[in-house]
Design a binder for this molecule. Structure first.
Ligand SMILES: *Cc1c(COP(=O)(O)O)cnc(C)c1O
Length: 427
């Protein structure tokens, strides 16, 4: 499918039925698969033949949907995981081990920040966080002898900073390591990081890809461009024999296009089992079929809401990279000329109290710990996700008490603005 445009890929990539086969992606609701001879099954266990044997590692429904996402991102191979958290952990841990080091943008999702800085630290993996706005020299200085990956988010959740993908890719490649980009917020409809130099792309499919708040999930896509063999000493897991599979070497046997995802499936999925259920993969595919229709509407609504808020006297600031004058407007125009995502952050002049009154007065927009689905929702970090922080700590973390994160859904934008207007009047 790789010659088609993104809109066509959203609808048709991945599953291509043969004559007389089901038109819709079949849900292979089976934990296991049957073979006629032990020899045939043995070949699967040696990675000598492709095929399925147990859904903890791989399932055909998942693979159809992963192939679609890989095609949408312009990659060579993909896999689904049980969540976005699992996707980011697997993408990093597939090339890191105890003693490795990661360079990461500091503007990333809170769950990923915790994963890298606390949980992976317990595994002996260290990290240096850099501002996404750092200079090339500052970025360069963050690397160490044992650095194995660079990580960032195209549009960070919830900071809404935009990653200069080319700057981060250049630094990563100069130091012989891949750039991993979490592309959850713009989705490949609005940005394809591989086209700008990223090597691995991850997703929380829980967000826009599913798009309806129906299923938690994640995905990993490999560009097939990073030459593991050229940096063989850094990535022994890919470039030396795996004794648990009779001594195959992933980078040799599966080439640039297949090594990363095959190793990630054969080792990490085997040992951690963070597989997406085939039922959720089916729901995800339904979401993907309309992603290219939904994303422009999310952006249209968010743009209108951001412009309305910017002009409102009770609002002190609005963060949305589609607003001319936003710190990330120019860079967003470069990487996402058709718009980014539907999430807008704004600060109310009355602080925590005003934010609470405003949110409780909304009729359409619900208060939720979620973003990026069809229904508009909002959150005040100071009273929820960041409620353990003091006023001073909140300011320092860039989440002032009056900050509201609003995820604009697919409703009529005039109804959303009417709702916001009446809620602001209550303050
Ligand atoms: C939500 C989110 C995650 C985590 O995904 P889950 O599916 O909730 O595990 C990772 N990265 C970003 C950018 C997210 O928004």
């Amino acid at each position: 499918m790789s010659d088609y445009r993104i809109n066509t890929k959203c609808v048709q990539s991945g599953y291509r039925p043969g004559n007389g086969e089901p038109r819709q992606v079949p849900i292979i609701q089976s934990t296991t698969f049957k073979y006629d001879t032990g020899e045939e099954m043995g070949k699967l266990f040696d990675l000598e033949a492709p095929g399925y044997f147990y859904t903890r590692l791989q399932n055909p429904t998942n693979d159809y949907v992963a192939a679609k996402i890989a095609d949408m991102e312009g990659g060579t191979a993909g896999m689904l995981t049980s969540s976005g958290q699992a996707a980011n952990f697997f993408a990093l841990f597939n090339i890191c081990e105890s003693g490795s080091h990661i360079v990461s943008s500091s503007a990333i999702y809170g769950g990923t920040f915790n994963l890298i800085s606390v949980t992976m630290a317990k595994m002996g993996i260290t990290v240096t966080f850099v501002s996404p706005d750092c200079s090339e020299e500052e970025l360069d200085a963050a690397f160490q002898e044992n650095t194995r990956a660079v990580f960032g988010e195209t549009i960070a959740n919830p900071a809404l900073t935009v990653l200069d993908i080319e700057k981060f890719a250049k630094a990563a490649h100069k130091h012989g390591v891949p750039l991993i980009v979490d592309n959850t917020f713009p989705t490949p409809v609005h940005c394809r990081p591989i086209e700008w130099g990223a090597d691995i792309v991850t997703h929380s499919t829980t967000k826009y890809m599913d798009g309806h708040g129906a299923g938690v999930g994640g995905a990993i896509v490999d560009s097939g461009k990073f030459d593991w063999m050229a940096h063989a000493d850094k990535f022994p897991g890919l470039t030396t024999p795996d004794e648990s599979y009779h001594g195959i070497t992933y980078a040799e046997k599966f080439g640039l296009g297949g090594a990363f995802i095959t190793k990630c499936t054969a080792q990490l999925m085997r040992d951690f089992g963070s597989i997406q259920s085939p039922q959720n993969a089916f729901l995800l595919n339904m979401g993907l079929e309309s992603l290219h229709v939904r994303m422009p509407r999310h952006v249209e609504n968010a743009q209108a809401v951001a412009e309305y808020l910017q002009a409102h006297p009770k609002v002190s600031s609005v963060t949305y990279s589609g607003l001319p004058g936003d710190k990330y407007y120019e860079i967003a125009q470069k990487y996402m000329p058709d718009g980014g995502c539907g999430v807008v952050c704004f600060e109310l002049k009355g602080g925590r109290e005003a934010a609470g009154k405003f949110m409780n007065s909304l009729r359409l927009a619900a208060i939720e710990t979620h973003v990026a689905d069809a229904r508009t929702c909002c959150l005040n970090p100071a009273t929820t996700t960041h409620r353990q922080l003091s006023e001073e700590q909140l300011e320092a973390a860039g989440v002032p008490a009056g900050l509201v994160r609003m995820s604009c859904g697919l409703e009529d934008k005039d109804d959303l603005i009417d709702d916001i207007r009446q809620a602001l009047e209550q303050i």
